[in-house]
Design a binder for this molecule. Structure first.
Ligand code: TRP
Ligand code: ZN
Length: 881
């Protein structure tokens, strides 16, 4: 008998809570295996609640030790209790105080939800439903309370005691080793934002003066010895705080802002009010162990969590269906921050690459769901690329549709109208409608409909009439469980590019509404006519990726080359190069499948030469343009009957051809763009480094005599992690002579740094060689692998399953079997990490028939398992449906 899935939670069933909790007084007596929590809550029946309506609290794996109502111990027949639920049968009609005592075992908490220990430090993770693993509570985001938290612990083990809000009192307990600290958070908040940290941590301190002159104490807490690695995170925090004031007028609202870095964490970071808790990979950085990408990620995640203070905490979600209300908006805000700190086009390309490689396949497979889902079995499985990344795209489109000024008006109204609320997407959109007198009902479909719209484009130029006609059609391909779809409002930024590369201006446009350089497509089909267009233009559509759609548009190689060389929109220049490469890769893949010789197109290879030689192109953009679509991207484009080996062969062949043909220019670039002087993570320098490493990536397979020597020397002499890991990847993936020597040298150098060692695991897990699976298996059973550390699991197993298509989908099925066994093992310990790993099967139906059958039988093994977590049960059921 296999575990049955519980009924789904549905948006349409939402009911406001029958009782309010106004204040919470927590006393938490920390102990490694038996922590006691006394929670005293003041409860008021909501308006309209009938007298005697049962008061039902959520729990998860709890042991009740005491229960008192208005100070009196409750009779046993007045309530019922299980580890999951506490019910008061007939509570008073008047406001009352309930005192609940529970005990929990932090050391036994391997799920990393609720209160657990990471390297000896007590910490919490309460989003989405972790608070109920600490005490019985109304654990839902629309119950907002003011928290006072008293923490008691051994002073020796836990000199640092932190909770949300401001510190109000601290002292010793009797004459023991124990001490206490009391924190008060004046801002009402839902339980998912509660946090506590206690341990022996080092403090890096700074301060920030807000725009109204309040002084805020800033602290970052890390393990002793890591203090020097906090400078970048602290700098990023101060820049985030200033930026939110300058850009949106949003100010911080407590006396202290604390950040804690822990090494065992399920996700990236958590925005708990005044006490953000981070996966240490998004805090710690120095040139020796962090890449340029790590620096950029830290800046973005610090900003993201900080920005949640307004979009998430001050204004939170009514229910978990509204998750995108805080996540989509906050991702949009952190993207804008990065664009302002660095290069806007480079950031846009990076975000679109992420969207296309993660969100598009999700939207095209069995796990597709709307940005605002209508039903879920396990909310942890909805922290997805769709909610986050597509959610941010929807906010970005809102800005495009309304224009920057009106967008700002709507957002200002949102902060004014909803501060202190737990609210919905409807209420959010209503602010923009009311502030700008716009009807957004059609736009709202972006939140409701799953699947990536496909826009078909056909163009025609009539030289006699001097018209240019564009036929547009939008359609969402079938999505499981979604019957029909309706046309959405799609903003299409565009230009008509003339032969000289300049944009042409049409005398008139008919058939569509135009706002500036944006067409607003609102119907399923639209015929757009531009008049006064004497010569044939090249249509540059979806500039800046103005909507999360796929284009079905046939453009000639010459047209794409013109856009690649001359489009005034840097995003579409990059896109044109990628499209040319993709078309060629699809052709080569087809030939590889039918065992024909691979004959890369001379003219496509030349396009890469021109990109390389373009003196005006920014190095970071150039590095991106020179990056071929990944094997997973190609597989997505192939769409069905996917053969990962053919894709790999095609991509390797094109890469080698580019390398061989442009060897001299690559040799020059890898030296010319290598930054000199002390390491700096700034965007300009990082862009040069990216280009130099990209050139080296090709040069390594160019057949040059000195290639392996150059790669080894750059690896050996590297003064920063970007260069070192770049070279190690080449040495490993291209099986260069010094591979083993380099892997050993790296291990010896970084053995004590877990984040640097994650990279060592990841590099090996993603090597395409035919024995990688066996190698990954031996790494997994080796002493350096730690199953309890999510970062390590992701570095070895997740990156194998998602970043090594040929080995994961090996024709003997062993790759699938290996991941299935790993999922089953990890599921017992940490369901969130296991179910995330399981999503790596989401595109299994697109594989060719042999591999598809192997994937199915591997998945059925999971499905037939008796004791599966709710997280993995939900993913497996949907993956197989
Ligand atoms: N709210 C967090 C963020 O986006 C996400 C998060 C952190 C989370 N930890 C989690 C979600 C654990 C679910 C479970 O910044
Ligand atoms: Zn977030």
């Amino acid at each position: 008998m296999r575990s049955e899935s519980a009924p789904a939670i549905r948006l349409e069933d939402y009911q406001p809570p029958a009782y309010r909790i106004d204040t919470v007084h927590l006393t938490i007596r920390l102990h490694p295996s038996e922590t006691e929590i006394v929670s005293v809550v003041s409860v008021t029946p909501a308006e309209g609640t009938a007298t005697g309506t049962p008061f039902v609290l959520d729990g998860d794996d709890l042991t009740l030790r005491g229960l008192a109502l208005n100070g009196e111990t409750l009779e046993e027949d007045a309530y019922s209790v299980t580890p999951e639920r506490l019910e008061l049968f007939s509570p008073p009609a008047e406001p009352f105080e309930l005192s609940v005592t529970t005990t929990i075992n932090p050391d036994a908490n391997t799920q990393l939800m609720g209160l657990y220990r990471s390297s000896g430090t007590y910490c919490t993770q309460c989003e989405a439903e972790g608070f109920r693993r600490i005490t019985y509570f109304l654990d839902r985001p629309d119950v907002l309370a003011v928290y006072t938290t008293r923490i008691e612990a051994s002073r020796t083990d836990c000199p640092i005691l932190l909770a949300n809000g401001n510190p109000v009192e601290a002292g010793d307990i009797d004459n023991s080793d124990r001490h206490f600290c009391v924190w008060h958070d004046p801002h009402p908040k839902p339980a998912y934002l509660f946090a506590l940290v206690a341990g022996d941590l080092a403090r890096v301190q700074d301060s920030f003066e807000t725009m109204s002159g309040a002084l805020v104490e800033l602290n970052i807490f890390v393990e002793h010895g890591n203090e020097a690695m906090c400078a970048w995170a602290m700098d990023s925090l101060k820049r985030s705080m200033r930026w939110d004031e300058e850009t949106f007028g949003l100010e911080y609202d407590l006396e202290v802002f604390n950040i804690v870095a822990v090494s065992d964490f399920n996700m990236g970071a958590m925005e708990n009010k005044g006490l953000n808790i981070f996966n240490d990979k998004y805090v710690l950085a120095d040139p020796e162990t962090a890449t340029d990408q790590d620096y950029a990620n830290i800046e973005a995640v610090i900003a993201h969590e900080y920005f949640h203070n307004w979009t998430g905490n001050r204004i939170t979600c009514r229910d978990w269906f509204q998750l995108c209300l805080k996540e989509g908006l906050t991702v949009f805000r952190d993207q804008e921050f990065t664009s302002d700190m660095r290069s806007r086009p480079v950031k846009r390309i990076a975000d679109v690459r992420l969207l296309k490689s993660h969100q598009f396949p999700e939207d095209a497979g069995p796990l597709a769901h709307p940005v605002r889902p209508r039903a879920y079995h396990e909310i942890n499985n909805f922290y997805t690329a769709t909610v986050y990344e597509k959610g941010a795209e929807v906010v970005r489109m809102l800005k495009t549709v309304l224009g920057a000024a009106d967008f700002r008006k709507g957002l200002d109204l949102y902060f004014e109208r909803h501060d202190g609320d737990a609210t919905t997407i409807e209420a959010f959109l209503a602010c923009f409608e009311d502030a700008t007198e716009t009807d957004l009902s059609q736009f709202a479909r972006w939140y409701e409909q799953a699947g990536t719209p496909v826009i078909s484009v056909k163009t025609r130029h009539d030289p006699e009439r001097q018209t240019f006609t564009v036929d547009l059609a939008q359609e969402i391909p079938p999505v499981p469980g979604q019957k029909t779809s309706k046309p959405a409002l799609i903003p299409l930024r565009f230009g008509l590019v003339g032969a000289d590369g300049n944009d042409m201006i049409a005398a008139r446009v008919d058939g569509i509404e135009i706002a500036g350089d944006v067409m607003l497509m609102e119907k399923a089909r639209q015929k757009v006519t531009f008049s006064g267009v004497a010569s044939k233009p090249v249509l540059s559509l979806l500039r800046g990726f103005s909507a999360p759609v796929r284009l079905d548009q046939t453009q000639s190689e010459d047209d794409l080359k013109l856009l690649a060389a001359r489009d005034s929109d840097p995003f579409n220049r990059w896109q044109a190069v990628q499209t040319l490469a993709m078309q060629e890769l699809l052709r080569l893949t087809q030939r590889a499948r039918s065992n024909e010789t691979l004959d890369p197109s001379h003219s496509v290879v030349e396009v890469f030469g021109r990109v390389l030689q373009d003196a005006e192109l920014d190095p970071a953009l150039k590095a991106l343009a020179l990056t071929l679509p990944s094997e997973a991207d190609i597989a997505q484009e192939v769409g069905k009957d996917v053969d990962p080996d053919a894709i790999h062969a095609a991509r390797q062949r094109l890469r080698t051809e580019i390398a061989v043909r442009h060897r001299a220019a690559l040799s020059a670039a890898l030296n010319d763009f290598m930054p000199s002087g002390a390491y700096s993570p700034d965007a300009q320098t990082a862009g040069k480094r990216a280009l130099s490493n990209r050139a080296l990536h090709y040069y390594a397979v160019s057949g040059a005599d000195d290639a392996s020597e150059i790669v080894w020397e750059r690896f050996d002499g590297a003064d920063n992690m970007t260069d070192r890991i770049g070279c190690l990847t080449l040495l490993t993936h291209d099986e260069m002579p010094d591979r083993d020597k380099a892997l050993d040298a790296y291990r010896v150098r970084h053995e004590d740094n877990s984040l640097a060692m994650d990279k060592w695991f990841m590099v090996q897990a993603t090597a395409p060689g035919p024995d990688t699976l066996e190698h990954v298996q031996s790494l997994k059973s080796g002493s350096l692998f730690e199953e309890s550390n999510p970062n390590r699991v992701r570095a070895l197993l997740q990156s194998f399953a998602t970043g090594n298509p040929t080995q994961f989908a090996r024709i003997d099925g062993a790759g699938f079997e290996f991941i299935v066994e790993s999922v089953l093992e990890i599921d017992k310990r940490n369901p969130q990490v296991a179910s995330r790993l399981l999503t790596s099967f989401r595109s299994w139906r697109a594989l060719e028939s042999v591999r598809c059958a192997l994937a199915e039988s591997a998945l059925l093994k999971i499905s037939s398992c008796e004791e599966l977590s709710r997280d993995s049960r939900d993913i497996i059921d949907r993956t197989l449906q």
